[in-house]
Design a binder for this molecule. Structure first.
Ligand code: 4NP
Length: 166
């Protein structure tokens, strides 16, 4: 697993998660990562945001299938409202993680602070989080499993990055 980039300002960290519509994948990752951060006692130091490169769903809650998958697993999906990505995010955040290669291209491509969410997947690093929007319920389960294990790996790496170490 690559190292997380060091905090721009030691002691606080900002993570941005980006997909296409901001109603399925990046909101799922947003809810799970925040939940894990609370469990790890890092919620006051690490801020999470998510957005979509497309603007069709701005202001809307999560896709009902994504929300149902999260609720069934014990998470709260109700507070999400979709936002649209804008080009200021790579400068505003410590780390910008795209769900797939198209999202990564749309945010301007890889840099030391911009990459794929699954670069940190301990099972299959470097892959995409597949878009479940046009598929069945099992696609949402698969997304949740990827997001849970990858969020755990990110949370485990954050204390070092928070200290300002790469
Ligand atoms: P997401 O999924 O990028 O994971 O939120 C999608 C949501 C909406 C659309 C495509 C993908 N759409 O075409 O509206």
């Amino acid at each position: 697993m690559p190292a997380l980039p060091a905090a721009r300002v030691p002691g606080r960290y900002r993570v941005a998660l980006v997909c296409l519509g901001n109603i399925c994948r990046s909101p799922t990752a947003h809810v799970v990562l925040e939940h894990r951060l609370r469990d790890a006692g890092l919620a006051d130091r690490v801020q999470v945001a998510s957005s979509g490169t497309g603007g069709w769903h701005v202001g809307n809650p999560m896709d009902p299938r994504a929300a149902a998958t999260l609720s069934a697993a014990g998470y709260d999906p109700t507070r999400h409202r979709a936002r649209q990505y804008d080009a200021t995010w790579p400068d505003a955040y410590d780390l910008v993680l795209a769900m797939d290669e198209t999202n990564l291209l749309d945010v301007g491509g890889r840099t030391d602070r911009v990459g794929l969410f699954r670069d940190f997947d301990p099972v299959g690093p470097g892959g995409e989080v597949p878009d479940p929007y046009y598929g069945g319920a099992d696609g949402f389960e698969e997304v949740l499993a990827m997001v849970e294990r990858t969020s755990d790996a990110i949370v485990a790496a954050l204390p070092r990055a928070l200290e300002g170490r790469a």
